[in-house]
Design a protein around this ligand. Structure first.
Ligand code: GDP
Ligand code: IMO
Ligand code: MG
Length: 427
């Protein structure tokens, strides 16, 4: 079977965890393909609210294989905590969780380096989650990273020490203070713990599934506008968050990609630094933040809020080859008398464009908005598309005309049950 890919089309936190958990029963395998513990994917069902960081969001569904793919940077300490946090749910993780031997390890010094680099940037900092993502991917590309499979080698500790010695030289260069002993002991406890799980050549599991009737959902992390190549560089993460990243991060040939599900919020948020053309600095922005509970699932930082940005969304749809759209969190806009959508940007020279520019700052690009009447009624209990107020169906019709992709799921609350399926989703 083909591999369906689900990914965020904005700056992350679109609601990927909720929808992967919702769709998981239609799949045999759910696999994460990039990122690491910078992700925070929230699932809510049966009165449970749980945030996953590295474990795929199919984990709460029995008998689904959950794969942490080779494209991931894995922090074993955080993984141990995550697994321990799941113990109360009686899930069989030793059976249902598979970790690629080719995934890269995040060392305690990667986290320190992340902090040292950010500090040295001063006002220009990226706003990293400080989980060591950038430095771990740096070592991967420099061909000196340690991989999950390496923990089984007899000289693992020597290789660890050699890399840490190198990291210490950099930390000393930045005059960044560190105390490593305790962190390293916790790290090695986590390494021993990790050995108790299924460490695999996940590309074989994936390709055997492709060659049989087994269905696979690839779960993206972050969002397209944080992509290392196509996001607002340098205010991006260090991986390819696009559909193409699923090919590399799992070992899937492009010809084996099926549906590409693109998730977006009915507005926009961004956590961390970097350009955000439609950001609201007023009371409406604060209201969206409050109604949407827009605080980071990983760092707790407030998320910046603004209107939906169609040039950015069109760009993400184009680069991902999105076949179906899922719109999240429209219920957050229930209280607003009017809702705006940015359709174009106006440049300093007065040109109008709907292209996402090479370099984007608030000064150079002024959003042009189309205004919609708000629905001003609660949507969270609506179960049928036909029962939605005309104001929101008009909004969706407009988006479909602009984006030329059907909006097949409308999510109207954090819970699994607060989901309207407009058209049957899985091909
Ligand atoms: P992810 O990183 O894409 O998985 O998203 P996060 O979990 O970081 O952030 C999404 C937040 O919105 C979480 O708190 C979800 O529980 C919540 N959420 C998801 N879908 C909806 C929705 O349709 N409406 C509302 N109000 N909240 C939602
Ligand atoms: P999920 O999967 C939102 C942002 C950080 C920062 C930039 C770089 O939950 O959608 P990094 O730690 O990767 O070096 O940070 O990327 N960022 C996210 N923003 N959701 C995420 O993940 C994010 N992961 C990283 O805030 O601006
Ligand atoms: Mg998140």
């Amino acid at each position: 079977m083909k591999v369906d890919v689900l990914l965020g089309l904005q700056w992350g936190d679109e609601g990927k965890g909720k929808i992967v958990d919702y769709l998981a029963p239609k799949y045999d395998i759910v696999a994460r393909f990039q990122g690491g513990p910078n992700a925070g994917h929230t699932l809510e069902f049966d009165g449970i609210k749980h945030v996953l960081h590295q474990i795929p969001s199919g984990i709460f569904r029995n008998d689904i294989k959950n794969i942490i793919g080779n494209g991931i940077v894995l922090d074993p300490v955080i993984l141990k905590k995550e697994i321990e946090g799941l113990q109360k749910y009686n899930l069989d993780l030793k059976k249902n969780l598979f970790i690629s031997k080719k995934a890269q390890l995040i060392l305690p010094t990667h986290r320190l380096l992340d902090a040292a680099y950010e500090k040295s940037k001063g006002d220009h900092k990226i706003g990293s989650t400080l989980k060591g993502i950038g430095p771990a991917y740096q070592d991967k590309v420099a061909r000196q990273g340690l991989r999950v499979g390496d923990i089984l080698a007899t000289d693992f500790r020597d290789r660890f020490n050699a890399l840490v010695t190198q990291h210490k030289t950099i930390l000393d260069f930045y005059a960044f203070p560190y105390e490593l002993e305790e962190h390293e002991s916790v790290f090695f406890q986590a390494i021993e713990f990790l050995k108790g799980f299924q460490l695999v050549d996940s590309e074989y599991i994936i390709n055997e599934a492709i060659n049989s009737q087994t269905t696979i959902l690839a779960e993206g992390a972050q969002g397209s506008l944080l992509d290392i190549d196509f996001g607002n560089y340098p205010f991006v993460t260090s991986s390819n968050t696009m559909a193409a990243g699923a090919c590399i991060g799992l070992g899937v040939a492009p010809s084996h990609v099926g549906e590409v599900y693109g998730i977006f919020k009915a507005y926009c948020t961004r956590v961390g630094s970097g350009p955000f053309p439609t950001e609201l600095h007023d009371e409406t922005g604060k209201l969206i933040q409050k109604e949407g509970n827009e605080f980071g699932a990983t760092t707790g930082r407030p998320r910046r809020c603004g209107w939906l940005d169609l040039p950015a969304l069109k760009y993400a749809i184009m680069l991902n080859g999105v076949t179906q759209l899922f719109m999240m969190k429209a219920d957050v806009l229930d209280v607003l008398p009017e809702i705006k959508v940015c359709t174009h940007y106006k440049t300093e020279e007065g040109d109008i464009t709907d292209k996402f520019p090479y370099e984007i700052t608030d000064k150079q690009f002024t959003p042009i908005y189309k205004t919609f009447k708000g629905w001003r009624q609660p949507l969270k209990d609506k179960k049928e598309y036909d029962s939605l107020p005309v104001e929101i169906t008009d909004y969706i019709t407009f988006l479909e005309q602009q984006l030329k992709v059907p909006v097949n799921i409308i999510s109207l609350g954090p819970d699994r049950t607060q989901t309207i399926i407009r058209n049957e989703v899985v091909a």
